[in-house]
Design a protein around this ligand. Structure first.
Ligand code: HEC
Length: 116
């Protein structure tokens, strides 16, 4: 009798790989849609606001943050914040969003959130 012993390999590593790929692909699609930015406000609304308007990241509007500081944080990341490469936010858009943030007025809601 010919019993072919086949190793039953678990498919977990494959599943993990597919999951990781799916994440990457959705990021790529996001970047593609937003390949060119209208202005700093749009970058803030579509990227930064995702974390900084929802409490995931600290409030950054209305604090007169120096644009050079914001540019540095965005390009290099800061602890929990990921870095954004020029392929995602080009230099011009980054300058605009940094200027937009430094000049923006604080929202009333933020007063209460700032006590930390
Ligand atoms: C994925 C979430 C996320 C996104 C998107 C994001 N940030 Fe952040 N950001 C954070 C977190 C979290 C911190 C706090 C980092 C820490 O202190 O650990 C932070 C910190 C900062 C700081 C420093 C604030 C301070 O109090 O010194 C600046 C400036 C900043 N982000 C700017 C931006 C800008 C501009 C964008 C858009 C281009 C952006 N961030 C997009 C999560 C995000």
């Amino acid at each position: 009798m010919a019993v072919s012993t086949r190793w039953i390999t678990t498919k977990w590593s494959l599943a993990a790989g597919i999951l990781g790929l799916a994440c990457l692909l959705s990021l790529a699609a996001w970047a593609e849609v937003n390949g060119s930015w209208k202005n700093g406000e749009e970058v803030y609304a579509k990227v930064c606001g995702y974390c900084h308007q929802t409490g995931i990241g600290p409030v950054i509007k209305g604090r007169k943050l120096p644009p050079e500081y914001t540019v540095h944080v965005v390009r290099n990341g800061l602890r929990a914040m990921p870095a954004f490469p020029a392929a995602f936010i080009d230099d011009k858009a980054l300058r605009e969003v940094a200027g937009y943030i430094s000049k923006s007025a604080a929202e009333q809601k933020q007063e209460a959130e700032n006590e930390r």
